[in-house]
Design a protein around this ligand. Structure first.
Ligand SMILES: NC(=O)C1=CN([C@@H]2O[C@H](COP(=O)(O)OP(=O)(O)OC[C@H]3O[C@@H](n4cnc5c(N)ncnc54)[C@H](O)[C@@H]3O)[C@@H](O)[C@H]2O)C=CC1
Ligand SMILES: O=C(O)[C@H]1O[C@H](OP(=O)(O)OP(=O)(O)OC[C@H]2O[C@@H](n3ccc(=O)[nH]c3=O)[C@H](O)[C@@H]2O)[C@H](O)[C@@H](O)[C@@H]1O
Length: 483
């Protein structure tokens, strides 16, 4: 093509394949900010599409309902008719899941790209005319090459078809997705430097320019864009593992992790964000994407780089185990048949998502010791909690040992201890005097999120333990058993 020939015109119809945590909120924001663009979100899961079309959306995300209800039926549509949507679109986002592969080659490490490939084949089958195909899913470097290869095959049989594959990874975090989408630190778009590639990139830039300042829209080559997404998540996860590793040093020495994080983060070169010690990071992406990077490095014969990033995962697993061991040790080395209240099951506050939540693993360790766990989470349904636990512990043990409550006071009634695993704001506002009065004594609180005021709790009579806080500062009653 000559550089002046227009292959990809102005985008007026966008389709997103994958109506999940990324596809739904991202497209709702695009529809909200671009009233002249029609956005259709499609999914192979018809029940999920029905929920997106109902009053109760399939995911909880602050601010999402408002935007969806405003745009839905005007320029935002949810549909199961994938072929028709693809045929109509100028630009197609691939926003399907890329979970860690649980079988075959790369099991437990590599991302499973079967959904991305299947969407690529569907696009090849139903496309008519030129399409910009955008990888929104997080994929390994060079994934765009495979998508391009499948699409080029279709082009061979139909001269009217033209495809350009772009990489446009998503950086939103759950719980703050709508804010992140409305005001992103940056939007990243990778593409080819051919005239057609540059045209496609320019058209996607134009969509984002409706609300994102141009200097926050970064364009790169395709491979830099794909790799930057993995690296961004790896760096974020690394900060959490770094601070969590130091939390163990604090507990052993008398230093306090919040004070250390504050002092270290004050250095503008380091920065204060993402330095909150915790019971370990969860969520569908950090572990998956760091493992994907480790697998990539192994495949590239870079074992030192692979083992460096593997350390981030190892510390995270160790932190979860360490916290569970601390609970057992401080409850006099036995939790068998003891009722323990679990406050929070979601992987972070302000979401109902439980994928890879640290709660699953801490509870698994406690269930293996036959503790009786009583869980309360404001946004997670009982069926979800039971299902997640059944993936790590025998179903009969979950049935025998786990109850799910809809009220935190009920969860703590008669319990020996409370374990805080998600940082929901409401946990800071409970009446802990009343809770203490109705527990077994001595009553203990284990704060895996550093949200409760230890002194107030100790004054009430609780024995307290908080991640990264030395025993002699946090409480006087505990020994150092288990350390
Ligand atoms: N969850 C998050 O906060 C973020 C996720 N990402 C990445 O975005 C991608 C999507 O993640 P989520 O939205 O969380 O996944 P999700 O699991 O919530 O949604 C994916 C959707 O794709 C649908 N799907 C799968 N294959 C399909 C096919 N062939 N045709 C039609 N629909 C199909 C599934 O039914 C599902 O509804 C992943 O690669 C993830 O790593 C990136 C940034 C943030
Ligand atoms: O690719 C993705 O899926 C997304 O992954 C993360 O977003 P998310 O997992 O939704 O949420 P985060 O706020 O990053 O929290 C992840 C986990 O780390 C924990 N965390 C976070 C920050 C911190 O200081 N300490 C800490 O333990 C959280 O509690 C949570 O369990 C990234 O922040 C997003 O930029 C990225 O787009």
């Amino acid at each position: 093509m000559s550089s002046s020939e227009v292959v990809f015109g102005k985008v007026s119809k966008i389709v997103c394949v994958g109506a999940g945590y990324v596809g739904g909120p991202t497209c709702a924001m695009i529809a909200h900010k671009c009233p002249n663009v029609t956005v259709t979100v499609v999914d192979m899961n018809a029940a999920k599409i029905a929920e997106w079309n109902s009053d109760k959306l399939p995911i909880y995300e602050p601010g999402l309902d408002e935007i969806v209800f405003k745009a839905r039926g005007k320029n935002l549509f949810f549909s199961s008719d994938i072929p028709n949507a693809i045929a109509q679109a100028d630009l197609i986002f691939i926003s399907v899941n890329t979970p860690t592969k649980m079988y075959g080659r790369g099991k437990g490490m590599a991302p499973d790209l079967k959904y991305v490939e299947s969407v690529s084949r569907t696009i090849a089958q139903y496309a008519v005319g030129p399409k910009i195909v955008v990888e929104k899913s997080t994929v390994p470097v060079k994934a765009a090459e495979s998508i391009g290869c499948i699409l080029r095959e279709a082009q061979k049989n139909n001269a009217n078809l033209k495809f350009q594959v772009l990489s446009n990874p998503e950086f939103l975090a759950e719980g703050t997705a709508m804010k992140d989408l409305a005001n992103p630190d940056r939007v990243l778009i990778g593409g080819e430097s051919s005239p057609e590639g540059l045209q496609a990139v320019a058209e996607l830039v134009r969509v984002y320019e409706n609300w994102v300042p141009r200097d926050r829209i970064i364009t790169t080559n395709t491979w830099s864009s794909e790799l930057s997404k993995l690296v961004a998540n790896a760096f974020l996860a690394q900060r959490i593992s770094s601070i969590n590793s130091i939390s163990a040093v604090c507990e052993a020495t008398g230093a306090d992790i919040s004070e250390v994080a504050h002092a270290v983060g004050y250095d503008t070169r380091i920065g204060s964000k993402f330095l909150k010690a915790s019971v370990g990071f969860g969520g569908s992406c950090f572990q998956k994407d760091v493992l994907s990077l480790v697998y990539l490095c192994e495949s590239l014969n870079l074992p030192q780089v692979a083992s460096y990033w593997q350390g981030v995962i190892d510390i995270n697993n160790w932190q979860r185990r360490r916290f569970a061991d601390k609970i057992i040790a401080e409850l006099f080395n036995t939790v068998t048949d003891k009722k323990i209240a679990i406050f929070g099951f979601a992987f972070k506050k302000n979401t109902g998502d439980t994928r890879e939540s640290s709660a699953i693993y801490v509870m698994k360790h406690l269930l293996e010791e036959h503790a009786k766990l009583s869980v309360y989470d404001p946004k997670v349904q009982k069926s979800q909690i039971v299902g997640d636990l059944e993936s790590v512990v025998k179903a009969q043990d979950v049935a025998r040992l786990v109850t799910v409550e809809t009220d935190p006071y009920q969860a703590a009634l008669g319990a020996h201890a409370i374990v805080v695993l998600t940082e929901w704001d409401e946990f800071t506002e409970l009446n802990y005097q009343q809770i203490h009065d109705n527990m077994q004594h001595p009553a203990a609180i284990f704060d895996g999120r550093l949200i409760l005021d230890q002194k107030t709790l100790r004054d009430i009579g609780f024995r307290t333990f908080a991640i990264g806080t030395a025993p002699d500062q946090a409480y006087n009653l505990f020994g150092t058993a288990g350390y």
